[in-house]
Design a protein around this ligand. Sequence first.
Ligand code: CO8
Length: 268
Amino acid sequence: MSDAEDPRVRYVKQDHVARVTLNRPAALNAMDLRMHEELAAVWDDVEADDEVRVVVLTGAGDRAFTVGQDLKERARLDEEGVPRSTFGSRGQPGWPRLTERFTLSKPVIARVNGYALGGGFELALACDLVIASEQAVFALPEARLGLVPGAGGAFRLARQLPLKAAMGYLLTGRRMTADVALGFGLVNQVVPAEQLDDCVEEWVQDLLRSAPLAVRAIKEAVMRSVDMPLEQAFNTAFAWEQRRRHSQDAIEGPKAFAEQREPRWLGR
Ligand code: CO8
């Protein structure tokens, strides 16, 4: 199959784990509009399928997570007079993209090997955990291209790094190594490339040991409250927390501890 015919995204679900692979290695997994469309269907399914408890997002090949927007497609669209995008993807194929799926309640792990540039870095910033190989390279080169990090990079990097550090990377497009990203707390773990899959698997298994509704409740509470005043956070009713609180799993956890056995999660 050619680049034109291959599915842009590989999506495999097994044992409660959804594995999502950006599948355009010849173009370093650059994201074109078709990839965004395919991804939107994947995120819809991830949220709707209660069997899915963890998502691993990665790029095909060993050179890139993704190098972000397909700049050749953008250049073509510019020639055709298609309006240029700005912050956010509303009105464009694939909306809402992961970077704007504020209610996605399952944890997403970014498995980053190689380049995570532009929209690729923005995608990683929108994930809950980032596990990187030593070869990972992060950057937001948009300013050098006359663009802005419109998929949340300007907003998320300034929240996830000290402001001066974020500005340095945003305004210059400078690259960040995996070790520097680890030092900033932007990634959870950095390992040699040959250990990346085992490392990701350990995180997956630890997430699966947690109760599914507790994971969803905690993710929702964190993501919704992170910009709230503390008092408001305590006084907010979180929908997934209501489900967890009244679930059988909330009884099963303490019961299993008291009976000195592993809990059996029902997800309800
Ligand atoms: N788009 C399309 N194709 C790409 C892209 C890209 N972003 N990046 C790489 N490719 C293609 C190359 O054209 C090449 O294809 P071909 O073999 O057909 O010529 C193939 O991938 C391999 O790439 P290179 O030959 O360039 O490989 P190198 O090892 O020499 O270089 C780099 C690798 C350094 C990653 C280099 O390819 C590069 O700099 N790429 C551009 C990366 C970039 O700037 N990404 C950010 C894009 S902007 C963005 O994502 C956010 C936009 C937000 C817009 C919001 C609107 C306001």
